[in-house]
Design a binder for this molecule. Structure first.
Ligand SMILES: NC(=O)C1=CN([C@@H]2O[C@H](COP(=O)(O)OP(=O)(O)OC[C@H]3O[C@@H](n4cnc5c(N)ncnc54)[C@H](OP(=O)(O)O)[C@@H]3O)[C@@H](O)[C@H]2O)C=CC1
Ligand SMILES: CC(=O)[C@@H](O)[C@H](O)COP(=O)(O)O
Ligand SMILES: [Mn+2]
Length: 417
């Protein structure tokens, strides 16, 4: 569905374009108030300076609860986005309720609710969607953009975990480009080359998180604060806890399974505490090709936006004047049972991804609220997965339903802990 005509205030800057200006590249950032969203704003500002071929601009942006950050991010952009979505009803009420909203100065359109996420993600004026909402909440808007044939820069890995086959099929039908933002998948994408039959293994690197060397008993006692203390990346709370349980790697195994259409057996995990090598591809002649760069998400974000072009970077550069150590260690699947869970879900497919994802989202929330122990997170996921009615080829409606069931079941299980 197309949007109504822009208002007169927004028309002014459209008339300022010269005929010789490069064509516009309009980006929609869903989850603009988060870690990936804010990094994307920086990348777009950078591309405006260095790209001679396109005029980059953030056309639409969304936030959920964090209205102050949405206002700060949107109003500091140049030019300011045309449309904002306050996807949480209470947040939107704050915008429309009184003159004290931090968005009072914003002259564009402000939309509300999950339907608005789909509307802006599929707006014909948008060239690229950056899918940076956390969790299953990003599924409908990401899928809608894929169905519309957009380029989708995918940070929201949960979309593929929940509905990998449906998203893949939609991309094949529409011709959408699904480009990874997740650092490991971007690395694999950069290393793969164009001879898939030569690929033997996709090797995901894992930092090991803050509890890499902790015993299971120590992890059982882990505080929220210690779990939020990621050794190498500065990310949102949910993915930071996922890194600590290594459920993040489990989700990434499933993400890789669907993104690259490879069987689970092709995927491996190695622990690389420095987070400099972002992943590796082993070919059948045993050559291993890796991609490395200092940990900085602006690199994979920029590459997903400009692919196949590489432009001058905004991300940190490897400093060759400093010694650099790269360790590669086997992953400990006993202390981190999430890994086996990830391989199992990648192997069986069907409803398993939606169930584990929902259980994990709820369990992480409970842990952050101090209601369950750290080690109960993965335990809850196992339990709920085991008790679900497996369906090998669910529809989207089936997945939505089983997601809700798994959330209720996780709460029930946690209650009995
Ligand atoms: N951060 C990173 O470096 C990496 C992140 N990823 C993936 O990218 C995604 C985003 O992660 P990250 O940026 O760290 O997360 P953050 O928690 O920092 O940001 C999450 C964003 O999603 C919005 N949001 C939260 N709940 C909802 C909802 N129910 N409906 C709509 N929007 C919602 C938040 O809005 P608000 O804050 O306004 O409530 C915020 O804009 C995740 O899927 C993560 O796994 C992947 C690789 C690296
Ligand atoms: C930056 C990124 O892509 C994260 O997914 C990161 O990989 C998390 O670190 P872990 O390797 O500790 O899960
Ligand atoms: Mn990652």
């Amino acid at each position: 569905m197309a949007f109504s005509e822009p208002d007169s205030a927004t028309m002014i800057d459209a008339t300022q374009c010269e005929a010789s200006d490069p064509p516009a590249r309009r980006v929609c950032i869903l989850g603009a108030t988060g870690s990936i969203g804010r990094s994307t704003m920086e990348v777009v500002a950078h591309l405006r300076k260095v790209d001679p071929e396109y005029r980059w601009q953030v056309w639409a942006a969304s936030g959920h609860r964090n209205l102050d950050t949405l206002a700060e991010v949107a109003l500091s952009a140049d030019p300011v986005p045309r449309r904002l979505v306050a996807s949480c009803a209470q947040t939107h009420a704050r915008v429309s309720g009184n003159g004290e909203s931090p968005l009072a100065r914003f002259s564009g359109e402000i939309l509300a609710g999950p339907d608005a996420l789909v509307r802006v993600a599929t707006d014909p004026e948008i060239d690229v969607l950056v899918a940076a909402i956390v969790g299953r909440a990003g599924l409908e808007s990401t899928l809608a953009a894929v169905q519309e044939g957009k380029r989708v820069a995918l940070a929201n890995k949960e979309t593929l975990v929940v509905a990998g086959p449906i998203v893949r099929q939609a991309a094949q039908k529409s011709g959408a480009e699904l480009l990874p933002v997740d650092s490991e998948h971007s690395a694999l994408f950069q290393c793969l080359g164009d001879r898939p039959d030569d690929v033997e293994k996709l090797i995901l690197t894992a930092s090991g998180g803050p509890f890499r060397d902790w015993s299971t008993e120590q992890m059982r006692q882990a505080s929220v604060q210690s779990a939020l203390n990621h050794p190498t990346w500065d990310m949102g709370a949910k993915i930071t806890i996922d890194s600590a349980t290594m459920m993040n790697k489990a989700l990434e195994i499933i993400e890789a399974r669907w993104l690259f259409d490879v069987p689970a057996e092709t995927i491996e995990v190695v622990v690389h505490p420095q987070s400099i090598v972002h992943s590796l591809v082993e070919f059948r002649d045993h050559s291993v090709i890796s991609q490395w760069s200092p940990p900085d998400m602006r690199l994979p974000i920029q590459y997903a936006l400009t692919y196949p072009r590489r432009l001058p970077g905004v991300a940190k550069r490897w400093n060759r004047q400093q010694p650099c150590q790269l360790d590669m260690l086997p992953a400990d699947r006993e202390r981190f049972p999430a890994l086996d869970l990830g391989f199992e879900v990648a192997r069986v497919g069907g409803t398993a991804g939606a169930v584990v994802n929902a259980a994990n989202e709820v369990a992480v929330g409970l842990f952050l609220d101090g209601q369950i122990r750290f080690t109960d997170i993965v335990k809850s996921c196992h339990q709920v997965l085991q008790h679900h009615q497996f369906d090998a080829s669910p529809t989207l409606a089936d997945l939505v339903q089983i997601d809700q069931w798994a959330r209720r079941e996780t709460l029930r299980f946690a209650d009995g802990l």
